[in-house]
Design a protein around this ligand. Structure first.
Ligand code: FES
Ligand code: MG
Length: 591
């Protein structure tokens, strides 16, 4: 890559080296010297590289970045830049109430403000825990400033009694065992902790590993970056290389909009199918696409992604965890296998400065049990279905986690394969679900479809991961581990439940789900990608006329601001007004 340094004036020089405004330059210079830097460095004609630090005691999944920052800084220095680390609003998936999803847009907003308002020429985005990755990519997209992502890597594999214990996935399994009376509370806690043996983010192909794979598939990381387990030496080396690389990206002016093109998003969607990725990927990718100005529709997940195969044998869709995935070659090996089958856009650019085709040359799976070839996949046609009907305009179903048992029970009636009719039982949020799920008066049996509403972006607020509702304890004891479930919220990426989720528009803004009543018949038709309430038109219209918009209780100022401006999951759950701000890095703020 040629050095394009000649004649480049850095954005940061408007702060630190502006002869036209000596008064302000003096103010900037003297204060930054009080911290870490000398005036000589700040005026040395070198780019200033931000390190967006997402790790903290409150964000343990990303805590490794506190240590990796030294290696990132060393890389930036050796690349010729000056590193400036700054904190990002913490987002911790399992610790933040009411949900970390509420904070994705807050972290995004604050990142935009930092990158715009401070002397930063390029940025290393530290990522890891679920929402941190999209928040960082969304912010970089809005600025369109050279940016590269570096995740902290998954934890080492967890083990419990000789079997792999995967993040999240073991919780869902243990919850059922507890309901069946097969384990007690102390064992539940031990099983949970066994899944988290080291620093790092979730070791299953949950939302964290998925979104970091998406960052790599989009081209926003160095090749091979995302799957390296957190404690491995390769992770430290990758931090150094990432720091070094961002300096050259600034010199070359290689921006998010050069990398995250429509082709890059199509690659990411195909990769998501191949890895058995999380149902949280569609809203996050939609949000990133909107902020970078790429047209992406929720239906693209079916048209581009459904026919792709599942190649990665990793929990929750398969058996292994992050260490095996890394040893089998990680995301480059998955992409290499897809590329051999002609399933990727090879000309898409990556942060490495190479096209996808050049970056993947000669790379293939190193363990065919963990990363399968396209000719012998875990499953064919393994992507998401995008359903519609009178209950919503769109909702997703992750078909790769439909178990043989679930398929046999619900989707294999001779002459009506893929079609299921049942009786709806409706819950108004997770508290109502927990209060009533074991109430025998509800008449929940194997023919019941469980619905949950009021848990979307506006309703919850933030959209809750609650759609993977467990059946009543009595049914679980009969061996029925999954009922069909539907909702306007999300579910954890570590869940193996074939829920119908992310229903948009959500109930509290008047989506069709709001009109459903317990006892209604519903019909699922996977051949037509439809789910409908079998309620006659006159009755439906009457319910619509009678519907009263609920009054929402905000607990914090941000909840109120968020609810006022957030869109629906199908469109990324963005702050709608924010999507109008694009490529703002060079619209310099007043001094
Ligand atoms: Fe943070 Fe899974 S909870 S990565
Ligand atoms: Mg989650």
């Amino acid at each position: 890559m040629t050095d394009t340094r000649a004649n480049k004036r850095f954005r940061s020089q408007e702060w630190f080296d502006n002869p036209n405004n000596p008064g302000m330059t003096a103010l900037y210079l003297e204060k930054y010297q009080n911290g870490t830097f000398s005036a000589e460095e700040l005026q040395a004609d070198r780019p200033i590289i931000g390190i967006a630090q997402t790790g903290s005691d409150l964000a343990p999944c990303n805590k490794i970045h506190v240590f990796l920052a030294d290696r990132i800084k060393a890389g930036i220095r050796d690349g010729g830049g000056i590193p400036m680390e700054f904190p990002v609003h913490p987002i911790q998936e399992t610790g933040k109430r009411p949900t970390a999803a509420l904070d994705r847009n807050l972290a995004y907003l604050s990142l935009v403000e930092v990158l715009h308002g401070y002397p930063i020429d390029g940025v290393v985005l530290t990522t890891g825990c679920d929402k941190t990755t999209p928040a960082m990519l969304m912010g970089a997209a809005t600025l369109d400033l050279p940016a590269i992502a570096l995740n902290g890597g998954p934890m080492l594999d967890g083990w419990w009694k000789g079997k792999r214990a995967g993040s999240g996935t073991i919780i869902w399994e243990s919850r059922r065992l507890l309901a069946e009376g097969k384990i007690d509370y102390p064992e539940f806690m031990k099983r949970a902790c066994a899944s988290a043996p080291s620093l790092g983010h979730c070791n299953t192909m949950g939302t964290a590993s998925t979104m970091n794979a998406m960052a790599e598939a989009l081209g926003m990381t160095l090749t091979g970056s995302s799957a390296i387990p957190a404690p491995f030496r390769e992770r430290m080396n990758m931090a150094y290389e990432t720091g070094k690389r961002i300096v050259q990206m600034v010199l070359d002016d290689l921006k998010p909009s050069d990398i995250m093109t429509r082709e890059a998003f199509e690659n990411a969607i195909v990769v998501n199918t191949a890895i058995g990725g999380s149902t949280n990927a569609p809203p996050h990718l939609a949000a990133i696409a909107r902020h970078v100005g790429v047209a992406l529709d929720v239906k693209d997940w079916e048209t581009v992604g459904f026919d792709a195969p599942l190649l990665v044998n990793m929990q929750p869709a398969g058996e292994y965890l992050g260490e095996s995935f890394f040893r089998a070659g990680g995301v480059p090996a998955v992409m290499g296998e897809l590329a051999k089958a002609g399933m990727l856009h090879m000309g898409a650019m990556t942060a490495s400065g190479q096209t996808v085709g050049d970056a993947l040359a000669g790379i293939e799976s190193e363990d065919l049990d963990v990363i399968r070839p396209v000719s012998d996949p875990m499953r064919t046609k393994a992507g998401f279905l995008v359903l519609s009907g009178n209950l919503f305009d769109s909702a997703l179903m992750k078909t790769s986690v439909i178990s043989p048992d679930f398929r046999a029970r619900y989707l294999s009636t001779p002459g009506a394969e893929g079609i299921f009719e049942g009786r709806a039982v409706v819950f108004e949020g997770p508290e109502d679900y927990h209060d009533r799920i074991n109430d025998t008066d509800l008449g929940i049996d194997a023919e019941t479809v469980l619905f949950i509403r009021g848990v979307g972006c506006v309703g919850y607020p933030g959209s809750a991961e609650v759609v993977n509702m467990q059946p009543p304890d009595a049914l679980i004891r009969q061996g029925i581990n999954h009922l069909p479930t539907v909702g306007d919220g999300r579910q954890s990426g570590t869940s193996e439940s074939p829920s119908i989720l992310n229903a948009s528009p959500e109930a509290v803004v008047g989506g069709g789900l709001a009109l459903l009543q317990t006892g209604d018949r519903v019909r699922l038709d996977l051949n037509e990608s439809r789910l409908d309430a079998l309620v006659d038109d006159a009755e439906w219209a009457q319910r619509r006329a009678d519907w009263v918009e609920p009054v929402l209780h905000h607990q914090t100022p941000w909840q109120e601001i968020y609810r006022k401006h957030v869109g629906q999951l199908a469109q990324g759950g963005c702050l709608e007004l924010a999507t109008a701000y694009q490529r703002i890095a060079h619209d310099l703020p007043r001094d």
